[in-house]
Design a protein around this ligand. Sequence first.
Ligand SMILES: Nc1ncnc2c1ncn2[C@@H]1O[C@H](COP(=O)(O)OP(=O)(O)OP(=O)(O)O)[C@@H](O)[C@H]1O
Ligand SMILES: [Mg+2]
Length: 287
Amino acid sequence: MNLKINPILKKNQIKPIMKRDTMVEDKLVDRLEQKRDKQRIKKKRKKEERMATGGVFDKYTTENINKLRVKGIIKEFVGIISAGKEANVYFAIGEEDKPLAVKIYKIDPQNTKWMKNYIIGDPRFKKIGNSTHKIIYTWSKKEFKNLKQLHRHNIPVPEPIFCVNNIVLMEYIGEKNGSPAPRLKDVNPLPEPVKIFLKVIQYIEDMYLIANLVHGDLSEYNILYWNDEPIIIDVSQAVSTYHVNAPVFLKRDLINVFNFFGDYLNEKTIGTVDTLYSKIMKAYHNK
Ligand SMILES: Nc1ncnc2c1ncn2[C@@H]1O[C@H](COP(=O)(O)OP(=O)(O)OP(=O)(O)O)[C@@H](O)[C@H]1O
Ligand SMILES: [Mg+2]
């Protein structure tokens, strides 16, 4: 069998194919390089994120964070502010370089049982489902809604920015370098305690009578101190005043606040839990 290729055919047919091949190859190499670059950037980002977040996210949370990144809602994760039992809070940079607090709830079935007590009975949340995911997502939505409701009624809380599944984005309160505002508990000694006490009491009353919410976990741990003002945080468990336990939560909040300020002030200056509780309840029923 003669396998010799005709030289003319070689000249006319093989060479042009070779030329096209080089162009295609160049393009392919370019594309491959671009792909590798993208992968390198993605890997670097993931590494930075892991370093900033402690690498604790489950698959769904990672996907949601990526979506927020793609949309430009989160530009950069800077670091962790707080690691708690139910949630971690991160310092991040958002749109227009706005500093953000990103609260990410853990998808942990251990938390859902007690959370249900603060969801069921709140008329704003009727269908919550039974899966851990659904309950935690409702919980995050609840914090976001509560922030909106309080912010709308001028109660000083971080401004709510965005919420998706188990992630709540809000205004970050603190130094631009990432040091968050201290909690009331950490301010020692507290300057102008009477002024701060009166403000906090006024906010509890306004929450109940104007915003129709009760915090339910108010204490020196959930009040930040920033620019000489108290800022209320951690409002996920706050319930509507229609909730059957709202009066109990109100009393508990008052007791916590009175206990904290009791170290600074005497009973004459601050009055008593019972008188204030009765005053708020009376005003509520006369509304
Ligand atoms: N918007 C914010 N700006 C700055 N720091 C914040 C903000 N929100 C929360 N933090 C910080 O994160 C900490 C935990 O937040 P938060 O109280 O909302 O969560 P938590 O679920 O109660 O967490 P923990 O279990 O640690 O109490 C706060 O004590 C505060 O230091
Ligand atoms: Mg807290």
